[in-house]
Design a protein around this ligand. Structure first.
Ligand code: PMP
Ligand code: GLN
Length: 387
């Protein structure tokens, strides 16, 4: 058949995880914990199954889970989404993102994305018949070591044909986070436009150094045009459950649900019940920054004793590192070489670009995932010291 996604192969995360598994390398590539979720949460799943929660749940998600999400978002970000009409439980953030693009983007619409960009965004735009307009993040400089949004470039990229601006902060893979000043500027940019926003906030609970997460849900002028998306996989160490959600105003949620009901209809019942109960206790999410900050610092200390040059990581469980002092290989080749020759799998940052070989991605940077047991990180660091 004629491919609808001719440029798409198997995702880099799957490729690198398979290479790691085939070769016995330590997998610091794909973003998932190598430790188990809280036994209390796992027990709640068993209980839900024993209680008979094993049939189709309500299409947009079970009521207690939508209520718990509504409470959480209201208490953290100050916006009360109506649990009945404005919150949809999805099969991970991936499905929420795809449903957002499919419901919002008409053929020929322009969609602005920030590069580097999570790998599902561009294919979803293509499937919707939209036109992706990438805007590069501003790279770190001597004066400012963080990746930041270049809002002037975003402003310049928006035209009367722009339908959607896709944001992802804390940002995968750079770890960049937004500030209140960023949201001020964003409000100014979208005012008097028809631009909708998708805000992928799956790392909302993994922000470091005492900073608060800055959610688009916290600004009425943004929230009224936004699909705010998160994932329980990142927060509760359950990436394999594939459960996330989307909060959006009623009219947007209604369109999103039309796609959701024919893409997956609904998502696993016992997990929804377990999460609804587990979310009543906010302490797990509240402790997550300290938990991951210790791992971030462990990896940064370890990399300091290698030829890799770690970049600052204000959020997410990913750390970028420059390998220019080690090799001239392009990122994809270097990642493969590191896996095969030194037993540590990583992700090439070039995979997050529309054109992996283009000048915008012409750097020598790989991504390490530190959602790993300390022993795993220590052994990886030991191996990296000989690189
Ligand atoms: N968006 C970003 C930025 C991600 O990093 C990920 C997964 N790691 C997802 C979306 C997908 O989340 P999920 O596994 O819940 O589908
Ligand atoms: N989001 C994860 C990452 O960035 C991967 C998820 C996936 O493999 N689909 O590593």
């Amino acid at each position: 058949i004629e491919s609808k996604l001719p440029d798409v192969g198997t995702t880099i995360f799957t490729v690198m995880s398979k290479l790691a598994a085939d070769t016995g390398a330590i997998n610091l590539g794909q973003g998932f914990p190598d430790f188990n979720a809280d036994p209390a949460l796992l027990d709640l799943v068993s209980q839900a199954m024993a209680q008979g929660h094993n049939q189709y749940p309500y299409m947009p998600g079970i009521a207690p889970l939508r209520a718990a999400i509504s409470d959480k978002v209201a208490s953290l970000y100050g916006r009360r989404y109506d649990a009945d009409s404005e919150i949809t439980v999805t099969s991970g953030a991936t499905e929420a993102l795809m449903a957002t693009v499919l419901c919002a983007v008409q053929a020929g619409d322009e969609v602005v994305v920030i590069e580097p960009c999570y790998d599902s965004y561009l294919p979803s735009i293509r499937l919707a018949g939209g036109v992706a307009v990438p805007v590069p993040l501003r790279a770190p400089t001597q004066a400012d070591p963080y990746y930041r949004v270049d809002w002037q470039k975003v402003r310049d990229a928006i035209t009367p044909r722009t339908r959607l601006l896709m944001l992802n902060f804390p940002h995968n893979p750079t770890g960049a986070v937004l500030t209140q000043a960023d949201l001020d500027t964003l409000e100014d940019i979208v005012r008097d436009t028809r631009v909708l926003l998708s805000s992928d906030e799956v790392y909302e609970h993994i922000v470091f150094d005492g900073q608060p997460h800055v959610s688009l849900a916290s600004r009425p002028a943004l929230a009224e045009r936004a699909f705010v998306i998160s994932s329980f996989g990142k927060t509760y160490h359950t990436t394999g459950w594939k459960i996330g959600y989307c909060c959006a105003p009623k009219a947007l949620s209604a369109e999103l649900r039309k796609v959701h009901q024919f893409m997956v209809f609904t998502v696993a019942s016992p997990m929804q019940h377990a999460l609804a109960t587990y979310m009543q206790d906010a302490s797990h999410a509240a402790n997550l920054p300290a938990f991951y900050q210790a791992k971030r610092d462990r990896l940064a200390r370890g990399l300091a004793a290698t030829k890799f040059k770690a970049l600052p990581c204000p959020g997410t469980f990913f750390m970028l590192a420059d390998y220019g002092a080690i090799s001239d290989l392009p990122e994809a080749e270097f990642s493969r070489w590191l896996t095969l020759e030194h037993g540590v799998a990583v992700i090439p940052v070039s995979a997050f670009y529309r054109q992996p070989a283009a000048p915008a991605s012409n750097h020598q940077i790989v991504r390490f995932c530190f959602a790993k047991q300390d022993a795993t990180l220590d052994e990886a660091i030991r191996r990296l010291q000989s690189v």
